[in-house]
Structure formats: C-alpha cells, structure tokens
Design a protein around this ligand. Structure first.
Ligand code: CP
Length: 306
C-alpha cells in the first residue's frame, strides 16, 4: 500500500507517469467517469481549506466515487481528544483512501503508520504540501512544456510557506533549475532548505529582497501569501503582510512568456489588475489540481483505465 507524504515519495519516472495520466484525464474526462465506482474518499481536514479539500472531493466525484469527511477539528472527535492514530484506524473501516490536512507537522505520517488505507498528506503545518506540488508541476509542464532549464522566482513567505518547501524539493531533481528566492529577511527559507537541500545538491540560487530586481530573469514567478496562522505575533504579521504586491507596473518588467503562479488563497500579494494578464496562471493552476488529484487517487488505489 502506497501513501503520499512528500513529493519525494514518487520517483521522477513515477511523477512523469502521474502527470501524463493527469493530462490524459484533462483531454478525455469521460474515459475516467466510472473508474472509482463503489470507492470512497475520506477528507479529514483539521485545518481550513477551500481548494485542496474541494478539489479532492471533485476529483473523486469525477471518477464516479463517493466522498465523506470533516472540514475542521471542531466538527470531529479530535475536539474530544481523539488521536490521529485512532481516527485513521476508524476511517479505514469507512473509506478506501484518505486525504488528511493537519496543523501539526508529521501528523499525516503518524496516521499513515496506523492506517489500513492509503493516506495522502494534504498539508501538515509549515512542512509539506505534496499535492499542491503535483498541481504546480502539472501546471509548469503543461504551460511551459518542460520541468527543466527553468529560472523560478519564489516570492513572499518562504519561511512558513509549505508549498514552496515542497516545490523546491521536487524541482531540484530536474536539470538546470535555478531559484531566485525573493523575501524579506524575516521570511527567508529555513536554513535546512538552504543548506541541506539547495547547497548540498549544488542547485544555483540567489536571495534578493526586491521583486523588481528579479522580474526580468524569471521563467516562472511563484507568489505566496504571508501565512498569518503561523505567526506568533500579530504585529509581525501586520508589518510583513503587504511587503510584496505584484501589480501591472511590476509585470511590465517581466518577459512575455513568464507565467505567474500562486497556490492561492491570495490576500493582497497579487493585485486583481494582474488577473487578466495572459501570463497569470493561478486560476488555471487550481483547475490542474483536480486532474492531478484524480490521477493520484487512481494511482494509489491501483485502478487502471484502458
Ligand atoms: N492551495 C491550497 O492549499 O489552498 P487551500 O488552503 O484552500 O486548500
């Protein structure tokens, strides 16, 4: 039985197969409409979500399966003190596969060790968000035509942004990837990413504070929200929250073929006047999230469609 805790749980070859399956699902949705008939997906979300939970649910429904679950810790027996280990043992009696989001880093991993069904990490604290990474990789491969030879600007909250941590881990496996890390001093990527992931693997990167200094060099600009829920101090959040605002003026500095991505939700970091720019890819990215989660469910449930 296979779980998904980190994007690195999939080899580059497995990832390539999954993304190709997602592209086929996008082109031929009818072919997959009954693939999971009789199967159930449990969405166990101990933390708020719009895209991840609903795109998982849409994915299972598109495959002809059913969904059940809870959308907050308060509406589950976690509020009475039940552990994730006990919860997953029970959910294993009700469903065939589970997507779990939890504010504590490692909670989905603990669940997977006690589970009778495949568990997917749908975001654990500031740690990893592997299905967002699958979404991001599908978006990049579909819109740029490749996952190599790219200069990627990661901008905003690089300290707490789990999507950025997962994406860095996944992309360094491809040749000629370069990162420009754009953040204020307080929100730089954690030192373990800088030293143990980037430097150790000889991945070129530079750190800058001004978005304007990076724009002209980028194939992809990946914007992120300042993660209010992970700050200990509201004053620090207020000071940081509008540090970057991408607008039309800054977009004028970028290449014609650059794309702008964002895992969403956005707060103020991308002005709505950028939404109509053909380079704005963040709503397409959310759509790709459904196709890639359909492909993931099929893969983990070992369902093949001819
Ligand atoms: N991108 C993402 O994880 O969004 P949600 O928090 O709405 O699921």
């Amino acid at each position: 039985m296979q779980h998904l805790m980190s994007p690195l749980d999939l080899s580059v070859e497995e990832l390539d197969k999954l993304l190709t399956l997602a592209n086929d699902i996008e082109k031929h949705p009818q072919k997959y409409a009954h693939a999971c008939e009789g199967k159930k997906l449990a969405t166990c979300f101990y933390e708020p979500s719009t895209r991840t939970r609903l795109s998982f649910e849409a994915a299972m429904l598109n495959l002809g399966g059913n969904v059940l679950g809870f959308s907050s810790a308060d509406s589950s027996s976690a509020s009475k003190g039940e552990s994730v280990s006990d919860t997953i043992r029970v959910i294993s009696c009700y469903a065939d596969i589970c997507a779990m989001r939890h504010p504590k880093e490692g909670a989905p991993l603990v669940a997977s060790q006690r589970s009778g069904i495949p568990v997917i990490n749908a975001g654990d604290g500031g740690h990893q968000h592997p299905t967002q990474t699958l979404t991001d990789l599908l978006t990049i491969r579909s819109l740029k035509g490749r996952l190599d030879h790219l200069t990627i600007g990661l901008c905003g909250d690089l300290k707490f942004g789990r999507t950025v941590h997962s994406l860095i881990h996944a992309l360094i496996r491809y040749p000629h990837i370069k990162f420009i890390l754009i953040s204020p001093e307080e929100l730089r990527v954690p030192s373990y990413i800088r030293e143990d992931v980037l430097e150790k693997n000889h991945v070129p990167f530079q750190e800058v504070e001004r978005l304007e200094d990076a724009m002209a060099d980028l194939d992809i600009l990946y914007m992120t929200r300042v993660q209010r829920e992970r700050f200990f101090n509201e004053d620090d959040y207020v000071r940081m929250k509008d540090f970057y605002i991408l607008n039309k003026k800054k977009m004028a500095l970028a290449r014609e073929d650059m794309i702008v991505m964002h895992p969403l939700p956005r707060v103020n970091e991308i002005s709505v006047d950028v939404d109509d720019d053909p380079r704005a890819a963040y709503f397409k990215q959310a759509q790709y999230g459904v196709y890639v989660r359909m492909a993931l469910i099929l893969t983990l449930l070992e369902v093949t469609v001819c």
